[in-house]
Design a protein around this ligand. Structure first.
Ligand code: DQA
Length: 143
């Protein structure tokens, strides 16, 4: 059982970027937590970070995974192309955000990805990814 985790644009700057919103952990710290939780759950993971919309779409199209966990970052609110890639992938997707996108600026409330995802986990900081892994395990075990 394999999960593909995608971190979108600017998430490579975690720890330095607006720590009052996104926290002080680096992406590397978060990825370590993801890997250890995935191991406990018996999930294989492949982790990708990209600032580029086309690279994110290429990663989704590559296949070879049973569930997609994606934080599309700002592309959440703009990218019909990423939405379409998720929709075509034919595997369940879980949308993740560190911050609660519904509690912030109006433009963040719209998610193109929500429409093609099994569910959205938003607002729990790095724990959002951990909760997504637990949900992913449940979804694929029940398939
Ligand atoms: C984010 C929320 C987005 O609105 C924002 O553009 C991000 C990060 C989050 O994880 O809280 O870059 O996806």
């Amino acid at each position: 059982m394999k999960a593909l985790i995608i971190h979108g644009p600017n998430l490579n700057m975690l720890g330095k970027r607006e720590p009052e919103i996104y926290g002080t952990l680096s992406l590397n710290d978060i990825n370590k937590r993801i890997r250890s939780t995935a191991a406990e759950l018996g999930l294989k993971v492949s982790i990708v970070q990209s600032n580029s919309e086309s690279e994110i779409i290429d990663a989704i199209q590559e296949g070879g995974y049973d569930v997609l966990i994606i934080n599309p970052a700002a592309y959440t609110h703009t990218s019909i192309a990423i939405r379409d890639a998720i929709s075509s992938a034919g595997v369940p997707a879980i949308e993740v955000h560190l911050s609660n996108i519904h509690k912030r600026e109006e433009f963040r409330r719209k998610s193109f990805v929500a429409e093609v995802s099994t569910g959205q986990i938003s607002g729990f900081g790095p724990e959002s990814y951990i909760l997504a892994l637990i949900a992913a395990k449940k979804i694929i075990s029940e398939r």
